[in-house]
Design a protein around this ligand. Structure first.
Ligand SMILES: [Zn+2]
Length: 251
């Protein structure tokens, strides 16, 4: 038979343990910070919205036109890429990194001479969030100057590295009337897809007025470089024509 509880020896009564409460203020602050961080993160990475200035992620049109846009570079793969596009009679838009263009201005001149458009992808490809106005001005204006020196005329579209922008960057672009150009089709940004997967994804996702983001430079861009020709031929079979960002925005 079990000993009834009441017969257990009474515990020595110490000081009453302090009751644990969630410190309400701390929780509220943490939640607000988390929400705020999430909101800021989403805002900074939005493809379709920024706090100031003009942003385009695609153009509303019934015409079956798309713009191919190539980010980063330029590097020694220039002749392969320019040759591939020339073989298909396609002109595209290249969002180049100023520091790389500065080392090889002839690459930029080659692109412009071939009828392609250059866009600004900052000078160092740094993350353009929580950056000072001076940093923004240096990253953007130095690259604009280098692009102008290639002989390019007309507006220079801007695309932030990794699509990230928050406040100082959009304010600078708005003040200087420089448009942010994002994208709505992004086949090679995630796990490294095969050329065939890139082509399939683009053909599935492209719509009239789409802006297609591709990364053809560096050794890592090999699958993308191999996808360019079949991608163009596939989209042509679907009825599409290719235009630069300037031509797309003029619609
Ligand atoms: Zn980039």
């Amino acid at each position: 038979m079990e000993t009834p509880d009441k017969e257990k020896p009474a515990k020595a009564r110490g000081p009453r343990p302090r009751r644990r409460r969630w410190p309400l203020l701390a929780v509220t602050i943490t939640a607000a910070l988390a929400l705020g961080t999430l909101g800021v993160h989403r805002l900074a990475g939005s493809r379709t919205y920024q706090l100031a200035g003009d942003l385009t992620d695609r153009v509303e049109t019934r015409e079956k036109v798309v713009a191919l846009t190539f980010d980063d570079g330029p590097d020694e793969h220039i002749s392969e890429i320019v040759g591939t596009l020339a073989g298909e009679h396609v002109r595209a838009t290249f969002f180049v990194i100023g520091s790389q263009l500065e080392v090889h201005p002839e690459y930029g001149a080659t692109l412009v001479a071939a009828g392609h458009q250059l866009g600004n992808h900052t000078y160092t490809h740094r993350r353009m969030v929580f950056v000072s106005p001076d940093t923004v001005a240096a990253e953007v204006e130095r690259t604009n100057t280098l692009i102008r020196e290639t002989g390019q005329e007309g507006d220079i579209p801007f695309r932030p590295p990794n699509g990230k922008k928050l406040l100082t960057l959009p304010l600078h672009l708005a003040e200087h009337r420089q448009r942010t150009v994002m994208w709505d089709v992004e086949p090679d940004s995630g796990a490294r897809p095969t050329p065939a997967e890139i082509v399939t994804m683009v053909r599935e996702q492209a719509r009239p007025g789409s802006i297609i983001l591709l990364h053809p430079w560096y050794p890592t861009g090999r699958n993308t470089r191999e996808a360019i020709t079949p991608l163009i031929e596939g989209l042509r079979a679907d009825g599409y024509r290719f235009v630069t960002i300037a031509e797309l925005l003029a619609r």
